[in-house]
Design a protein around this ligand. Structure first.
Ligand SMILES: Cc1cc2nc3c(=O)[nH]c(=O)nc-3n(C[C@H](O)[C@H](O)[C@H](O)COP(=O)(O)OP(=O)(O)OC[C@H]3O[C@@H](n4cnc5c(N)ncnc54)[C@H](O)[C@@H]3O)c2cc1C
Length: 504
């Protein structure tokens, strides 16, 4: 047993630390089939004090530490870069610490899932507004805040989950434990507001992809869930990419308060229906793009008025309403009433054995996504030989495009850009050439999309390094981020390798 392992074992009890090859391999990947990094140790800490001690040892020994929540990152963010380091699995820290009914805030440990927190809140008629990511059944609050996650419901009304953050407890890379927001005043009894006592240091840790500190506790705003809701799904006319973008813009320009509005492009609907991942659309006469909305209201009158205004936008753009039941194609109802918001993205992975998505998620202005979708088609055409090679090996041609396109608070949408491919193990056979090809194509498509000026928001291993490698960062922004990193983490132990700071 190494000295380091012995030191770590003095901090956490035996059952929560492992150097077993099986455990280490289980933590060596996230969702994609290409990026892997096998950690030396896996630890499941109990609280911020254990984390602080682990970080102090890691600094002494100069070993990387990688925080991990649900491990649902699609871009290799919650596994080591290279075969090294300690993965800190935070899912043991999953308690609800304080429910403040007067101030409508809740304080939780960062390893709790969005589903467990919202399940608890629902008994009081409350919810977190943005319900986190589409992976909210397993993804954690800490992971969501580290990614600015959005997409698991409520994105059009509340925006990214970090919008509703009030304060954080964070263990810095050198082991100090800090609190942000109202808690910067040591006389404040419990968190109640984010902005004040100096700059917004809570925001500083949001979207940091785990490089500036380890979030251990979070206080979030919570909201009463309105008693009335309406949801409708529409079949789009021709040129559905362009028309959906017009519809989203009109919703914003008319100031209609919509909870969610999500567009599925033509290709996604037809591949999805063919392969059975959108069963509610199997009877569609035309496999065209679809769009659904969800609105909430405090009275029937308010609901009727909003529905009327929204429907007029859809109808004037020649969209055709599907029936009101899920069996008639109303995905909006499934999404809002039956927790489809935490299920609709899952089938894009693992539809057939080995089938995987190689993508990344970005925010773009509403008006720009039709052009990006067109360019994705062009990119696919330019890479048709590589696509044919994958078809020959896997028996299915990759599909290039976007997943669901989600209207966000403000005038932006969330766009998933990428292609589906296969892992290098197919029917028990290993195809190393596929791994190389996947990585080459993945980087190529992300570079192409980056040059449209998009904003990647969960960056992990691949996108954070690619932005640097292709020189896409504004130099002053990147240099500031690098100096902050150096000040907070002089030994570069936390999430080493992300953003390629010192070509690690
Ligand atoms: C089926 C599916 C659907 C998805 N849908 C969406 C979606 O709709 N919207 C969306 O935004 N994303 C989506 N994702 C991506 C991902 O699941 C989310 O971004 C999610 O918020 C990640 O949470 P996690 O707990 O799994 O984080 P992890 O994958 O464990 O970690 C994510 C990043 O945060 C860091 N991190 C984790 N916890 C902490 C912490 N406590 N302190 C500091 N750093 C930390 C990690 O090091 C890593 O860089 C989806 C993924 C899948 C597989």
């Amino acid at each position: 047993m190494t000295d380091l392992f012995q030191k770590l074992k003095r901090i956490v009890s035996e059952e929560y630390i492992s150097d077993s090859i099986y455990v280490r391999h289980a933590y060596s990947r996230n969702v994609d089939p290409v990026l892997q990094g096998v950690p030396e140790y896996v630890i499941r800490p109990k609280d911020e004090f254990e984390i602080s001690e682990i970080l102090q040892v890691a600094n002494e020994e100069k070993i990387p530490v990688i925080p991990r929540g649900g491990g649902d990152c699609e871009f290799g963010g919650s596994k080591p870069i290279g075969d090294t380091g300690i993965v800190l699995d935070l899912t043991r820290m999953n308690h609800i610490l304080n429910m403040d009914h007067d101030n409508l805030v809740v304080t939780v440990e960062a390893g709790i899932t969005w589903a467990n927190l919202n399940n608890f809140l629902s008994q009081y008629g409350l919810y977190t507004g943005c319900l986190g990511p589409g992976s909210g059944l397993t993804a954690s609050i800490g992971g969501g805040l580290s990614h600015h996650s959005v997409g698991g419901g409520g994105g059009a009304k509340y925006g990214s989950c970090s919008n509703q953050l009030v304060s954080l407890q964070v263990v810095l890379p050198t082991g100090e434990i800090i609190e942000t927001g109202s808690q910067a005043n040591k006389y404040s009894k419990s968190p109640f507001n984010r902005f004040g006592n100096g700059p917004d240091l809570s925001g500083f840790f949001c979207g940091d992809n785990g490089i500036f500190g380890i979030k251990t506790k979070a206080t979030l705003q919570i909201f009463p869930k309105p008693p009335y809701a309406e949801y409708k799904t529409f079949l789009m006319p021709r040129k559905s990419n362009e028309v959906s973008s017009i519809i989203f813009s009109e919703i914003r320009k008319k100031g209609i308060d919509v909870y969610d509005a999500i567009f599925f492009m033509d290709l996604l609907v037809s591949v999805g229906v063919q392969n059975g991942f959108f069963p509610m659309w199997e009877d569609l006469k035309r496999k065209r793009g679809t769009i659904f909305y969800v609105i909430e209201a405090n009275s029937e009158k308010e609901l009727k008025e909003k529905t009327k205004q929204l429907d007029s936008i859809f109808i004037s753009n020649k969209a055709e309403a599907l029936g009101s039941e899920i069996s008639e194609g109303n995905m909006g109802k499934w999404f809002y009433e039956e927790q489809g918001h935490w299920l609709y993205a899952h089938n894009l992975w693992g539809l057939v054995p080995g089938f995987e998505s190689l993508d990344a998620e970005c925010k773009v202005p509403i008006v720009t996504y039709p052009a990006i979708l067109k360019d994705l088609d062009q990119w696919d055409f330019e890479h048709k030989e590589d696509m044919e090679t994958i078809l020959k090996i896997a028996g299915m041609r990759p599909v290039t495009g976007s997943g669901p396109i989600i209207l966000l608070k403000g005038n932006t949408v969330e766009l998933t850009c990428g292609f589906t491919s296969f892992s290098s193990y197919i029917n028990g056979e290993y195809h190393p050439e596929l791994e190389k090809l996947n990585l080459k194509l993945w980087k190529s498509i992300l570079e192409r999309v980056t040059k449209h000026g998009v904003m990647w928001y969960m960056m992990g291993d691949i996108t954070s390094r690619l932005m640097v490698d292709i020189g896409a960062y504004n130099g002053e922004f990147y240099n500031l981020m690098k100096s902050i990193k150096k000040t907070l983490d002089p030994n570069m132990i936390l999430s080493s390798g992300k953003y390629n700071f010192w070509n690690q």
